[in-house]
Every structure is written in structure tokens, then in C-alpha cells.
Design a protein around this ligand. Structure first.
Ligand code: PLP
Length: 424
């Protein structure tokens, strides 16, 4: 795979991002060197999960080889070493999110678990009959179902802000649904199905003015955007490690300290208690109150390595590079008349969802795979937004920091072949 310096003529019409050494970046990801069905791997399924740089693989191996033990419960050297590494990882996540305090970072399995934690711990105590939770039409199922379940349990009402034909959530539409019964607004920072970037800061202001809290599902934003929870003004922020070049099974919830302090535990087990008797149990303060049982210690350590890696490249640089690829692919797809794009928001991250008239997305995905190209075909765990646009599924290409203009060209060539096979 050639780097920026030898990019194709088409790609060169887009100015390379200053200081971004794509060739070196790609060398950091061993998996990218392989061939699939005899073709170079073109990995365009980054919104589902990202590949891992060598520093993450090394962090896992080195932690196991030198520092592995359970955390927080012992006096021996290895347990101290592991605990220090685990808590250092928490501080890395804190800095990554611009959070004021490390105690505000709760390690969880991922965005899904983070949202469920808030729904079950905060939600069960603050949402009652007649109250409302406000979400949007473009949410991932992970930011729908926990609220649907909570509303069913508590006799509350789930309200849904619409998106326009570009796939944007209009502030006026959302604001119109805020009432004095709204307890919480829960929105994606970036839509996984459409790529739309939501105006989170403005939504926070509106939610707070109505007396509601704001939870942001940052699963798709963390890999692409600079996130500063204080600047965004939200109350909870959730993300998954595996979408930001770290391991799967680890992620984080950030919550304002005063909110976490007042929240009861949601799971019981070891590591989260001060004192247990059969008569009464007292709990640790956050974040440990919310981390019952042995955590994914090495996952947290490797996640920190991933976040350091992303920071080293620089999130604004990564975003600028991915924007180049987004523009290039959007332009190239416009040349294929049967392609219909879903999600043409003015503020958009590196996700391109489309259909090719007359061809099922699963057929597209399968044929592209024969060409070594990995894309996602389906409803992207966002069925309501598929319904909104009147399609059961789309094909989705999503970029990561290692994608190249050649990946775009390979995808477009693959789609032209699909078109020829099905449409003649
Ligand atoms: N929210 C969004 C916007 C997502 O894209 C995803 C995963 O695709 C999730 C939540 C759930 O993430 P996880 O499965 O890592 O918990």
C-alpha cells in the first residue's frame, strides 16, 4: 500500500494533511498487511470496530509478562503494580475526555454497559411515573433499549426527536419536545448509521434550561473527534475502547462527580464495598462503587496505550485526514447513478451509508469481501433510523486513521463491478 506521497492522481486533488505519515501509521497495524481472498485487505468497517496498533498488542503482552495480578485487594508487589497501572489508565481516560477528576471515570465493558449503568442506577432513582426521557431518531439500539426498559419499568414516557432528510437533528425539533417532565436527554455524539455529528453543546444548554440532564453516547465520536466533556457541558459521556483502537470488552463512563456520588451501585460483588455484614453493607465511593468484581485490568491498560497512540497522532490531524477520505468517497459515489446516500449532514464524521438501487446490501458486502474489502451491510443496530429512511438496510463504509485514498478507489472499483454483475 502506497502512502500519501505516492497516492493516486484522484487522491492528489485533495491536499494531503500536513505532517500525517500514513505509510508509517499503516505499519503500526500488523493486521493490515494481510491479504483476504488473495487481495490486499481494505478495512472499511471501522464504525463496527477498529484494528489495533502494535503498541496495544505490546501493552497487553508486556502487562501479562511483568505486572499481572488482581487489583486493589492485596499487599504484594504485583498487585500494587497492577493497581497502579489500572489507575494510571483511568487517569489517561480522564485526560482523553477532558474530565476534571479521575474518580469520575468508571471502567465498563463499553458504551452499552455505560448507558445501562446510568439507566439502572441513576434512572431507577430519578425517573418516575409520567416522567420523560428524550432521545433522537438516529440512536443506536444501545441508546434506545436501556431507556425503553427503564420507561416500561417506571411508567415513564420515551420521546423521540426527529431527524430531517439530511439525517440532522434540528435543535428546534428537539427543544420542542423538552417539557418540565423531561428528566434526561440521551443523544449520540456521532451517528453510527449516518455519520451525523450532533450539536451536543447546544443540546446540553437546552436540556439544562429545561431542568434535564444530558447523556452523550460517544461510541462513534471518541475515535474521530476531540472530546472535552467540560466544554460540551454534558452530564454523562460513554464510549467503547474497541472503536478507538483499544481492546473489546473495555470502555468508560464519565459522570459528573456529584451525580456519581449520589448514585447507588447497580451490581453487587467484590471490590465495591467498604464493609459487608448480613445486616448492612456500605459501599466504596465512585468509581469503585460501580466496578463490582474483577475488572478487565489488562483491557484498561491496553486502552490507555490506544488513547496515547491516538493522542500522539493528534485527534485534529486524524479528523482532518478522515475528512479528506469522506469528501473523496462522497464525490466518487456521486459518479455512480444508482447510489443513494443516507446521511448528508453538514457536520459529518467518517461514515458513508448508501444503497445501490437493485442490489441488496448483503450481496454488496459479500461481493466486496471477495475483493478483500470489508464493509458493513445491515441495519447497523439502528433500525428506527432505517425505518425513517424507508430502507431495511444499507451498506456502510467507515474510515479509520489508517485508511488511504487507495481504499476509496478500491471500494469504488468494487462497487462498479457489483453494478455490472447485477445491473449489466
Ligand atoms: N452507540 C453507538 C453510536 C455505536 O455505534 C455503538 C456500537 O456500534 C454502540 C453505542 C455500542 O457500543 P458497544 O457495542 O461497544 O457497547
Amino acid at each position: 500500500m502506497a502512502g500519501i506521497a505516492t497516492a493516486t492522481a484522484t487522491a492528489m486533488t485533495h491536499a494531503p494533511v500536513a505532517g500525517y505519515d500514513l505509510e508509517r501509521v499503516r505499519e503500526d497495524f500488523p493486521i493490515l498487511a494481510q491479504r483476504i481472498h488473495g487481495k490486499p485487505l481494505v478495512y472499511l468497517d471501522n464504525a463496527a470496530t477498529t484494528q489495533k496498533p502494535r503498541v496495544v498488542l505490546d501493552a497487553l503482552a508486556s502487562f501479562y509478562a511483568t505486572s499481572y495480578a488482581n487489583v486493589g485487594r492485596g499487599v504484594h508487589t504485583l498487585t500494587s503494580r497492577a493497581t497502579e497501572a489500572y489507575e494510571r489508565a483511568r487517569a489517561t481516560v480522564q485526560r482523553f475526555l477532558g474530565a476534571p477528576h479521575p474518580e469520575e471515570i468508571v471502567f465498563v465493558r463499553g458504551a452499552t454497559e455505560a448507558i445501562n449503568l446510568v439507566a439502572q442506577s441513576w434512572g431507577r432513582h430519578h425517573v418516575g411515573p409520567g416522567d420523560e426521557i428524550l432521545i433522537t431518531e438516529l440512536e443506536h439500539h444501545s441508546n434506545i433499549l436501556p431507556w425503553q426498559m427503564l420507561c416500561a419499568e417506571r411508567g415513564a414516557r420515551l420521546r423521540v426527536a426527529p431527524v430531517n432528510d439530511r439525517g440532522e437533528v434540528e435543535l428546534e425539533g428537539l427543544t420542542a419536545l423538552l417539557t418540565e417532565r423531561t428528566r434526561l436527554v440521551a443523544v449520540a455524539h456521532v451517528s453510527n448509521a449516518l455519520g451525523t455529528i450532533l450539536p451536543v453543546r447546544e443540546i446540553a444548554e437546552k436540556a439544562h434550561a429545561a431542568g434535564a440532564l444530558l447523556l452523550v453516547d460517544g461510541a462513534q465520536a471518541a475515535p474521530h473527534l476531540e472530546v472535552d466533556v467540560q466544554e460540551l457541558g454534558c452530564d454523562f459521556y460513554a464510549f467503547s475502547g474497541h472503536k478507538v483502537y483499544g481492546p473489546s470488552g473495555i470502555g468508560a463512563l464519565w459522570g459528573r462527580r456529584e451525580l456519581l456520588d449520589a448514585m447507588p451501585p447497580w451490581q453487587g460483588g467484590g471490590g465495591m464495598v467498604m464493609r459487608v455484614t448480613f445486616a448492612k453493607t456500605t459501599y466504596q465511593p465512585p468509581p469503585h462503587r460501580f466496578e463490582a468484581g474483577t475488572p478487565f485490568i489488562e483491557g484498561a491498560v491496553a486502552l490507555a496505550a490506544a488513547l496515547d497512540y491516538v493522542n500522539l497522532l493528534g485527534r485534529p490531524t486524524i479528523a482532518a485526514w478522515e475528512d479528506e477520505l469522506l469528501t473523496l468517497l462522497t464525490e466518487r459515489l456521486a459518479e455512480i447513478p444508482e447510489v443513494r446516500l443516507f446521511g448528508t449532514a453538514r457536520h459529518k464524521a467518517a461514515v458513508v451509508s448508501f444503497t445501490l438501487d437493485g442490489v441488496h446490501p448483503h450481496d454488496i458486502g459479500t461481493i466486496l469481501d471477495r475483493e478483500g474489502i470489508a464493509v458493513r451491510a445491515g441495519h447497523h443496530c439502528a433500525q428506527p433510523i432505517m425505518d425513517r429512511f424507508g430502507v431495511p438496510a444499507t451498506t456502510r463504509a467507515s474510515f479509520g486513521l489508517y485508511n488511504a485514498p487507495e481504499d476509496v478507489e478500491a471500494l469504488v472499483a468494487g462497487l462498479r463491478r457489483v453494478r455490472e454483475m447485477f445491473l449489466g
